[in-house]
Design a protein around this ligand. Structure first.
Ligand SMILES: [Zn+2]
Length: 442
């Protein structure tokens, strides 16, 4: 190398080093604005019309010189988006950032505000989807764009996919993409929602960052009870509603003391104190059943003076990874033990087990979290809900759930509920954590 080349090399090297630091003020301002625009698109599932959300992402990516591909997967506007940032080592399979465009419906009366207003108040941004999972989706998007604009070539290809249909099981979303465009999203690693940081939700008075290495497995069932119809004035024991109530009570009486999850045991060891006591930590320590729907009555609106001949209940069961779901369902039927009640299987999700923590990506996430929060305990965990990445996990991808935000118990509990929100500061901090992960060797 001659002197001139050396000088140019040094200058270029310095330029690359300088280029590696994004203008964070600009990134953060745009991220918050963008999240507000995104929340204002009511991409409710059903029907999961996510065309407007996809168009918003497409514009932002194209404006920043990236080339997203948009995939229409259904007649109701269901739309998925994929974008790829080229990495240095093409022999390595990509890292996939996975988030979903769709949100669950709202009970508008319970909110006390516009659930799609994206209001910023008291340090939070409020609205359906902020937590599940538009906030993380924007963190994925903005960290990817920041990386690209800073001229950083990642260790390997990074692909982001935004799916249409996570909240109904992914038939028009991740499952459709796997069936029709798998080569676009085939990855070694998948980063999805799940996991979180908290000072109270995982252990009392201790900052714990859980990185999810697996999901509980959804087993959705519907109980149908059959009885004899009649006049409400003359009660009978063969009333479908009474039969159903009895069956629900028996179905939900899960035996205590099942097999513990090894991940939760490791989590307890890492934390060193008992877990906090709340619905989240309770759910990751056992199989659970929630009674979520009840439907009965004759006429619309249902008549109070008519005993119906049928009655139905929906049960959202979630089992620990490694649970035999067939056995779980047959045990439930045995507990009900009533020929007048049938158990319909609505959906049993695949059980891909749990991901190893002995990977370079896990170490990179751990380091990125500790850089921002040196006092945190970083631990693997499982999450009680199922996510899209389970389908890719089942096809061999290593899957983690990273929600790089510190949330208190009350905030975390707003997922799928009213007053859903995330703290603005944590939302922005999460972009930095994702950026550090994506800029590292993994
Ligand atoms: Zn979600």
């Amino acid at each position: 190398m001659n002197m001139r080349a050396l000088v140019i090399g040094v200058i270029l090297g310095a330029a690359a080093a300088n280029a590696a630091e994004p203008d964070w003020k600009v990134v953060e301002k745009r991220a918050l604005e963008f999240l507000q625009e995104y929340v204002r698109i009511a991409s409710i599932n059903p029907p999961a019309d996510t065309a407007a959300a996809a168009a918003l992402f497409q514009r932002e990516l194209e404006k920043n010189g990236l080339a997203p591909k948009v995939y229409h997967s259904g007649p109701g506007g269901q739309t998925n988006l994929v974008v790829r940032l080229k990495g240095r080592d093409s022999s390595k399979k990509p890292l996939l950032l996975l988030n979903h465009f769709d949100v669950v419906p709202v009970d508008a009366k319970a909110w006390g505000m516009d659930p799609f207003g994206a209001m910023v108040r008291d340090g939070f941004i409020w609205g359906r989807g902020t937590l599940d999972m538009k906030g993380i989706g924007v963190e994925h998007l903005m960290s990817l764009i920041a990386l690209h604009n800073a001229g950083v070539t990642p260790d390997r290809d990074i692909v982001m996919i935004c799916t249409a249909d996570e909240e109904s099981g992914g038939a028009r979303g991740i499952q459709w993409m796997i069936e029709n465009h798998f080569s676009e999203i085939d990855a070694e690693y998948v980063l999805d929602e799940g996991g979180m940081g908290s000072r109270d939700a995982l252990a009392p008075d201790k900052l714990v960052f859980g990185i999810s290495v697996g999901d509980k497995v959804p087993v959705w069932l519907r109980l149908h009870a059959k009885g004899t119809a009649g006049h409400g004035s003359q009660p009978i024991p063969d009333n479908a509603n009474l039969i159903l109530l009895d069956a629900i009570r028996k179905a939900m009486a899960l035996p205590d003391g099942g097999k513990a999850s090894p991940v939760v045991e490791e989590m307890k060891r890492a934390i060193g104190t008992p877990l906090a006591q709340n619905k989240f930590t309770s759910a990751i320590q056992r199989n659970t059943i929630s009674l979520t729907t009840l439907s009965a009555g004759v006429g619309s609106p249902p008549r109070v003076n008519v005993i119906p001949s049928t009655s139905e209940a929906g049960l959202d069961c979630r089992v620990l990874p490694g649970t035999n779901t067939e056995e779980f369902i047959s045990d439930l039927k045995a507990r009900i033990n009533d020929p007048r009640v049938t158990v319909e299987i609505i959906n049993v999700a695949p059980d891909p087990g749990v991901s190893s923590t002995d990977t370079s990506l896990y170490k990179a996430m751990r380091a990125a979290i500790l850089k921002r929060h040196p006092d945190a305990v970083v631990t693997p965990m499982i999450v009680p809900f199922g996510t899209d990445s389970a389908f890719l996990h089942r096809r061999g991808a290593i899957k983690y759930g990273l929600t790089p935000m510190i949330l208190d118990t009350a905030t975390a509990a707003t997922m799928h509920s009213d007053q859903e929100r995330i703290p603005v500061g944590e939302f922005l901090q999460g972009i930095h954590i994702f950026y550090d992960v994506l800029a590292s060797e993994f």
